[in-house]
Design a protein around this ligand. Sequence first.
Ligand code: ZN
Ligand code: ZN
Length: 359
Amino acid sequence: MLVEYEKPLEQRRYPVPKELAPGEVLVRVEMAGICGTDVHLWLGQLTIPLPVILGHETVGRVEQIGAGLGTDWRGAPVSVGDRITWASSIVCGECYYCRIKRQPTRCLFRKAYGISYCADQQPHLRGGYAEYILLRSGTAIFRIPDSLQPESILGAGCALTTALHGLERAPVRLGDVVVIQGTGPVGLAVLALARESGAAKVIVIGGPAHRLELARQFGADEVISIENEKNADARRKLALEYTGDYGADVVIECVGHPSAVAEGFDLCRDGGTYLVLGQYANAGNVPINPHTITRKQLSVVGSWGFEPRHVDQALKLLEATEWKHRFAGEVTHRFALQQASEALETVRQCRSGKAVIVP
Ligand SMILES: [Zn+2]
Ligand SMILES: [Zn+2]
């Protein structure tokens, strides 16, 4: 668990609850994904109530179910021994954003497993980097068919659900030219969805080389290496050459570095859409020229997190298509629970496609 920012994670033992309250689910963790957000949390770039058991992308087997819970979020029966995953956050359903503005991702009381729960407080087990996790009543759980491997679900991870929400707010349409900035898990998930949406051409800007290779496997028509093209002007020239002079209908930022946003406006066609999807940590300000937004009539869209229905959509996509294999192929590194710090370091240095913990 994360006890102190930037320090190695520590291991602690907590009692596994014997008696469950109504609606709770005790899960034996089979596999937990390391998300880029975990690295931000580790480095103290987002404030959380330490100590925290990290891990908000998790697959496990139901060990015990509290009274009154017989079905998952979709209404399918769930029993002990079933493999499940779940939406990482729970919203209040009552606040201004939940009820009136229907934007539950901005719920004022949203709590996420692996992020918002202090491990010092009962019942302690609220994160995925653990042998067991205790899910609160009201968690949106999803039973997973045995045909769907944990690697597929965690290869897709919260990146796919994040991308589904983002593209709902800034859709890619049939025949669109799309530029994706970034080849991390979010960039690859967006690429998959752009392909599913019928994009005519998808250009991806990113690195390192093993990530660009994954992007090609995911169906990128053109890739631009940020290692080879270190200069933003050179990248823009190349991207505009690939988009065909006018720029892309939709440009999607999945980098997380603020400078990518200034660069991205120039890659949109006039009247195009720019989706800022990767700025999960507050990495500071950059100069942008707002004249570009007015003159080019750009739509600039943000998107935060996802809802249970996006988990449903993600699982349906994986169940029904070949994407299950491609996302499973993204999992390149496996770590034991004791190696969690090493796992975070691997993700921080972009050495992995996707890293997972197998407790
Ligand atoms: Zn995440
Ligand atoms: Zn709320």
